[in-house]
Design a protein. Structure first.
Length: 200
């Protein structure tokens, strides 16, 4: 009887192999062959599931983004209901900071991918900015609802404020990655900006 293969599990194994190579040696060192060797599968199998290095790297970003959404949902499940907008926004932005091994891997991958895509046409063609765009829209929706409930001033430009807060968060995350500040210091700076957004 032929062996039944769980394709989702196999894809996850290959993606995890890429992550190990990227964290250990840098994203620039990732090749389909290196991922195959790390995962202990054939190069042909990696190519079967992902066709190209660009598609494999994009699938890895989507995988990490899904993990990040799950972690954020877990944070929210621990908060009181209803959740004040300020607390909701802080939880969302704090999740985007590299404060533990997995979130650090996500931030490192996305930043490295963005840099490589500037000079690699195949990578640039992958829609990897869709994740940040979704996050920005989600944050903008939270801010708009906060305006409707009086938690934020009615004249606040919610989409622009969402873009500003995410830019601050991403910059802080990069600072943590390069050792400019600790995760606790980054969270404190983020809190300062949220205080200014949610001022009484």
């Amino acid at each position: 009887m032929p062996k039944v293969v769980d394709h989702a599990v196999r894809r996850k194994q290959i993606i995890e192999g890429l992550l190990r190579v990227a964290v250990r040696e840098g994203l620039h060192a990732v090749t389909m062959r290196a991922v195959a060797a790390e995962t202990e599968v054939s190069l042909r199998l990696v190519q079967h599931y992902f066709q190209s290095k660009a598609r494999l790297m994009h699938a890895t970003l989507e995988y990490l983004e899904c993990e990040s959404r799950d972690r954020w949902a877990a944070r929210l499940a621990e908060l009181p209901d209803p959740v004040p907008a300020r607390v909701l926004v802080e939880a969302l932005l704090a999740e985007a900071l590299p404060t533990d091994e997995r979130s650090r891997t996500f931030h490192l991958m996305w930043t490295s991918y963005a840099v490589l895509a500037m000079t690699d046409r195949e990578l640039a063609e992958q829609p990897f900015v869709e994740g940040p765009k979704r996050l920005e829209r989600q944050l903008g929706d939270v801010l708009a609802r906060a305006q409707a409930t009086g938690e934020l001033p009615a004249d606040l430009d919610a989409p622009t404020e969402a873009a500003r807060l995410l830019a601050v968060s991403h910059g802080l995350g990069t600072g943590v990655l390069v050792g400019q500040r600790t995760p606790a210091e980054a969270i404190a700076v983020l809190g300062y900006h949220l205080d200014r957004t949610f001022h009484d």
